[in-house]
Design a protein. Structure first.
Length: 112
């Protein structure tokens, strides 16, 4: 049996793109960067349902808007290092919209 040696070859090529193709490449790179940024925006809401205290973990500096189940605006809070505690809300069902860098995450919260 013969031993075969594989020698890697480096191919150098010169590529030229039209301005339209370059714009498409730029758009795809920007979309990929936005997808990576969106994946970093993780929001955790717990315990849910809750008997009072609800904690929201999101990136520091994110804002959280709370609406009642009827659509009434309840308030806006800023998320700090330790997250956000919604201990002042009365029993009911709420919608929490957490926004960070133009990324929105929507969660339903139930306080029993």
């Amino acid at each position: 049996m013969k031993n075969l040696t594989v020698v890697p070859m480096l191919l150098l090529a010169s590529f030229s793109f039209s301005q339209e193709e370059e714009m498409e490449i730029f758009k795809m790179a920007r979309l990929r960067a936005e997808c990576v940024e969106r994946s970093k925006c993780e929001v955790k809401v717990y315990p849910n349902p809750s008997y009072g205290l609800v904690k929201i973990e999101a990136p520091k500096g994110a804002t959280c808007q709370i609406y009642s189940s009827t659509g009434t605006y309840v308030g806006t809070w800023t998320v700090h290092e330790n997250g956000l505690s919604l201990s002042d809300l009365p029993s009911g069902s709420y919608i929490a919209t957490v926004s960070y860098n133009n990324i929105n995450r929507i969660n339903r919260i139930v306080i029993l």
